[in-house]
Each structure stands twice: as C-alpha cells, then as structure tokens.
Write a protein that binds this ligand. Structure first.
Ligand SMILES: CC(C)=CCC/C(C)=C/CC/C(C)=C/C=C/C(C)=C/C=C/C=C(C)/C=C/C=C(C)/C=C/C=C(C)/C=C/CC(C)(C)O
Ligand SMILES: C[S@@+](CC[C@H](N)C(=O)[O-])C[C@H]1O[C@@H](n2cnc3c(N)ncnc32)[C@H](O)[C@@H]1O
Length: 387
C-alpha cells in the first residue's frame, strides 16, 4: 500500500472557533434538514415536496447503488441484452434462454425494467430498454463491468482502503505497473488482461479526443503509454500523413507492433518498449498522454510531464486526455468512481483541469488550453504548447 495521503491544494477555511455568518446559516440549514419533524413536514408540504422526494430518492440510490450495479452485472453475464436484440420475448421464453427458474427470471427482468435496462411491454413481454440498447453499442462497457468484480472485493472495507491498512488489493495486482519498482521488467502475462481491457475501451474515447483536436497539422505523434495502439491507429487514420511512435512497456509495445502490422500501417507506425520513468524518445512534434497521468502519484506524474516537455521541440504540442475531477455534471465519475478506483489500484489520483494546468506549467509548458470533448464525463482534453 502506498504511504500517507497526498498533499492537496488547500483553500482558506474559516476558523471553527469564529464561524462566519455563512457557516452559521449552513449549520442551521443542516440542523433543519436532519430533523425528522422537518423531513415529515417537507415531504407533505406542496412547495417542498418535490425537493424532499428528490433528495430521499437520491439518498436511496446511494444506499442501493451497489445492488443496481449487480443487476446490471447479472444482465450482462446472462447476455440478456443480446438475447433481446432480435425483439421482445415473453418471460417464459426468456427464462429458458437465460437458464433461470421462471420466478427468478421475472425478478431479474423487473429489476432491469426499473433501471431502464429493459422495457416491460403491455402484453407482458420484455424488450430492450434505452440503456440496454446503448450498452449493446458499447461492448467495452460490459468488459468494464465484468472487471469491476475485483473493485467490489477491494471496496469491501472502504475505511481500511482510505487508511492504507487494507491487505494488498486485487486491482494493484491487476495493474502490474502500479507501484512497481521495475515497470520495464514486467512480463507479457502481467499486461495481457489490462491491455485488452484498455484496448477495447479506447474506442470510447479515441474519436472524442481526435474530434476535439484534429492531428492533421502535425507530422509525428509520440503516443506515450499508448497500450495496444487503438488511439494511435485512429490518430493515423485521421491524418494520413502522420507518423506515429507508440511508447509503452516492452510487452505492451510488442502487442501494439503486431496490431500496426495487422492493420497494414507498419509503414508509418512503430512501437518502442521502455519505461517512461527513464525518459522519452525525441523527434515528434506532438506527444499524447491518454489516460496515463491519473495513474501516477504527483512526483512521477510531474516527472513524466517534464520528460514530455524535454522530448518536444519549441512550439511542440502536448495532448493530455483523461477523465478529470470536478467535471461539471459528472462530479461522481471523476471524484468518486476514479478517486476510489485509483485508491484501490494503489497509485495516482484524478485531478482537476486546474491542477493539471498547474503541473503542466511547472513542467515548462507555456500555454495550456482545454479543448471541449463530446463526453467530458469519459475524457477531457488539455492541449499545452512547449515554449
Ligand atoms: C430513437 C429516438 C427517436 C430517441 C431516443 C432518445 C435518445 C436520444 C436516446 C439516447 C440514446 C443514446 C445515443 C445513448 C447513448 C449512450 C451512451 C453512448 C452511453 C455510454 C456510456 C458509457 C459508459 C457507461 C462508460 C463507462 C466507462 C467506464 C466504467 C470506464 C472505466 C474506466 C476505467 C476503469 C479505466 C481504468 C484506467 C486507469 C487504471 C484509471 O488508468
Ligand atoms: C491506463 S493504461 C492507458 C492505455 C491507453 N493510453 C488507453 O487510454 O487505453 C496506462 C498505460 O500506461 C502504460 N505504462 C504504465 N507505466 C508505464 C511506464 N513506466 N512506462 C511506459 N508505459 C507505462 C501501461 O502499460 C498502460 O498501457
């Protein structure tokens, strides 16, 4: 387990012995909301009823979220959405296809319908729901849900995880490079599973990044921590004159190399193996870090940004793309999901665009701008220029 908590940027805090009027107002509001009498009143009074119901519902969802996630996991394991892809089916037919007793199948179908994963039709049959249909188009999400079994185990005692007293986590074993003293020495078997998961899920983010920042103006991209090369391949396809060098741990780079050959792109794409903690190859006019910086604690993350700066010529461009903390409308994705995910992994943390901008400046980049992506929940993009 990693040592103590990270130092975080601090904001001025009102002294608890002299609370300001805002603190007193907040304390009064919280006492009121905590009062069972007020809760009963607010749930009945027409002007407060909608907010009271919304809050009660939000709190219930927080209590029950892990059950909802297991309903989803069961649907995916039983292949329910693919079974329904050809059209609605009666519960008995579904029970047979799912290999479940009829009453258990109905239990799952009703649960899935309540979560908009499937739809209960008036004639008693069940059809795909909007969310189930969306999942069919994103097979990598199903792979993510399956691998969450490890995260479930690691979150069994969240306080031990926070205190650093947890036994070694399953995710820290899965992500072999997390906390490794010799990442370049990691063997092929240790990278196979996470590389395949990342390769599949890169489809979720690659187009969003390339649409937000077209690479056509560049001659040579160094794709750092590029995994099996899904982003690198999309980048090369989006800019037909672009040369791409992918840099990753040796066994991962070997997987990417095979992919470039299979895609017929070996002429302008190469993969190099090594550890980026030892520096980066020079010669590219753009460097990309896709879902890489958040894996690393502040010291190594800053060192990597400095290595990227050193690898670029004056005017060169750095693309930093990953899910970020504090994303408006998706705060729980960055701060809760990735915050705890990376805690379980034992390395890194999600950072706000402001924190990353500060690190990029400290690493020597001159201009940092955010380019809006289509789905900031999944990936945001900072583009920095080397002076
Ligand atoms: C048809 C008509 C007329 C109207 C329909 C109404 C309408 C507009 C409906 C919308 C339908 C639609 C297009 C829906 C689309 C939904 C999509 C695209 C959903 C996408 C969901 C994506 C999800 C849930 C992604 C999940 C990603 C996860 C869990 C990622 C995890 C990543 C990890 C663990 C990464 C680890 C890497 C590390 C270690 C942190 O570095
Ligand atoms: C979370 S994955 C992201 C992969 C890919 N960029 C994506 O978005 O799918 C992080 C990548 O960084 C690579 N990596 C981790 N430590 C590394 C190191 N010290 N040197 C080079 N690559 C490393 C991993 O092998 C992995 O492919």
């Amino acid at each position: 387990m990693r040592p103590g908590p990270h130092a975080l940027p601090t904001a001025p805090i009102a002294s608890p012995s002299h609370p300001g009027w805002r603190d007193r107002l907040l304390a009064w509001r919280h006492r009121l909301i905590a009062s069972p009498r007020f809760q009963r009143f607010a749930a009945a009074f027409p002007l407060t009823r909608p907010t009271a119901h919304r809050n009660a519902s939000a709190l219930f969802d927080l209590c029950a979220g892990f059950v909802y996630a297991q309903v989803l996991a069961a649907c995916l394991r039983l292949d329910l959405f693919r079974i329904l892809a050809d059209g609605p089916l009666a519960p008995d037919d579904l029970a047979r296809r799912l290999d479940l007793p009829p009453d258990r199948a109905l239990c799952l179908l009703r649960a899935a319908a309540s979560l908009n994963l499937v739809t209960a039709l008036r004639d008693g049959r069940f059809a795909l729901g909007d969310l189930g249909a969306a999942l069919l188009g994103n097979p990598s999400v199903a792979a993510m849900v399956a691998h969450h079994a490890m995260l479930y185990d690691d979150l069994r005692d969240p306080v031990a995880l926070l205190r650093g007293t947890h036994a070694p986590t399953r995710l820290s074993g899965y992500w072999a490079y997390a906390g490794s003293d010799d990442p370049a020495g990691i063997d092929g078997a240790a990278v196979e599973s996470y590389s395949a998961l990342m390769g599949a899920s890169q489809a979720l983010v690659a187009h969003d990044i390339l649409d937000a920042y077209p690479l056509k103006p560049h001659a040579h991209l160094l794709e750092v921590g590029g995994g099996e090369g899904a982003f690198a391949v999309e980048a090369a396809r989006s800019a037909p004159r672009l040369h791409v060098t992918l840099f990753d741990l040796p066994p991962v780079a070997a997987r990417a190399e095979r992919r470039f050959a299979a895609e017929g792109l070996a002429g302008r794409m190469t993969a190099r193996g090594g550890s980026f903690h030892e520096g980066l190859p020079h010669g590219a006019d753009a460097v990309s870090l896709v879902r890489v910086i958040h894996d690393h604690d502040d010291g190594p993350a800053l060192a990597l940004l400095k290595a990227a700066r050193a690898a670029l010529p004056p005017g060169g461009t750095l693309l930093l793309a990953e899910p970020m903390a504090g994303t408006p409308g998706a705060e729980p994705v960055g701060d809760a999901y990735f915050g705890f995910y990376l805690l379980a992994m034992g390395s890194g943390r999600p950072r706000t665009p402001g924190e990353l901008t500060g690190m990029l400046r400290e690493a020597g980049f001159a201009r940092v701008r955010e380019h809006r992506t289509r789905r900031p929940m999944l990936v945001r993009l900072l583009v920095a220029t080397a002076p």
